[in-house]
Ligand binder design. Structure first.
Ligand code: ADP
Ligand code: TRP
Length: 314
């Protein structure tokens, strides 16, 4: 039986943290071998918030390197970037003509910006439609994403449904797969770990950076078990083992943090070593090969769309 097709994307938005690893990368690693898989670097999407060309370039290469370092095999997954394939922006325009302004005004990211009095650019407004184009260009069956992306997948289904009803059955409606990560990984302050809260433990940090982040985990002064430390520790060690370790070191917060920091380091050391061996030119080659394979699939879907809407003159 042919494998179903999986498609997912990620924004090149900076250094990864352990919340990204356990919430997104690890579940992707477990899932992708069961499918014919595509992993896209959404560099055009990131223009909605990032305006520094050097940072963008660095982030694009780094995010691909990060995914390869944790075990995404470019022989098995088509890794490519959105901007290498103009079919994405072309189809986004066509789909923009399918959905209504009031519907897009319900978008969470858009509403948040407006509510904060920030300037929402048009790119941010139609962000979900570019994402819909990304997905349907590959006749995608399943889209694994975090809970935060649920609404975007609803936009995709809306755009596809409208298109198919307005013309004829042309685009495939994808299924959403909300990936089962470990739930929300807490940051050093106990809130959700997130770049924007400055509470992260970096995935590829130097050992002194890891130690500094771990030492800054907020612990309350009551009780013998530092819950915030334990919550992160559980990601790296068996719970039963931890129970006796934490009982033995009851009240010794500093000691427990040192052990956690050592555990994190020994987990990421081999990943870091692998990452260091992946050169820029290797990453560029992966992206070039990925662009070729992606185009091979998307161009026939795009042709189908052009036929359907009457852009192709007979
Ligand atoms: P950040 O909040 O640091 O900006 P992103 O929004 O770029 O992270 O998240 C990228 C992916 O990592 C998403 O799929 C998201 O679900 C996952 N992720 C981010 N932070 C966490 C966390 N603290 N716990 C679990 N998963 C997370
Ligand atoms: N919006 C997604 C995020 O921020 C990234 C993304 C872009 C995506 N295009 C996609 C995810 C297509 C899944 C499918 O995480």
């Amino acid at each position: 039986m042919e494998k179903q097709r999986l498609f997912t994307g990620l924004q090149p938005s900076g250094d990864l943290h352990i919340g990204n690893y356990f919430g997104a990368l690890k579940p992707f690693l477990d899932l992708y071998p069961k499918y014919e898989s595509f992993l896209m670097v959404a560099d055009y999407h990131s223009l909605t918030s990032l305006r520094d060309p050097d940072t963008l370039q660095r982030n694009i290469l780094n995010v691909v390197r990060d995914y390869m370092a944790v075990g995404v095999d470019p022989e098995e997954v088509v890794i490519f970037r959105q901007s290498d394939n103009p079919d994405h922006t072309e189809l986004a325009w066509v789909l923009n003509c399918m959905v209504t302004v009031p519907f897009l005004q319900q978008g969470h990211a858009y509403k948040d910006k407006v509510a904060k009095g920030l300037e929402p650019n048009v790119g941010l407004f139609t962000y979900p439609i570019l994402q819909a184009a990304d997905i349907v260009l590959y006749d995608t069956d399943v889209v694994p994403v975090g809970e935060d992306q649920r609404q975007h997948l609803e936009y995709t289904r809306e755009a596809v449904g409208k298109f198919n009803r307005a013309y004829k059955e042309t685009l495939k409606e994808p299924e959403t797969v909300i990936v089962e990560g470990v739930g929300i990984v807490p940051g050093t302050d106990g809130q959700k770990m997130s770049k924007s809260y400055g509470n992260v433990i970096p995935l590829f940090g130097e050992s002194n950076e890891i130690e500094k982040a771990v030492m800054s985990i907020v612990t309350d002064s009551e009780g013998n078990i530092p819950e915030n430390v334990l919550a992160i520790h559980k990601l790296f060690r068996d719970e039963d083992e931890l129970l006796s370790l934490y009982e033995k070191n009851a009240g010794k917060y500093g000691e427990l943090k040192k052990i956690l920091s050592a555990d994190i380091n020994s987990f990421i050391e081999p990943l870091k070593a692998k990452r260091a061996r992946i050169t820029d030119s290797e990453v560029r080659e992966v992206l070039a090969e990925g662009a070729r394979k992606a185009k091979e699939v998307s161009q026939s879907v795009m042709e189908r769309v052009r036929d359907t809407i009457g852009i192709n003159l007979n």
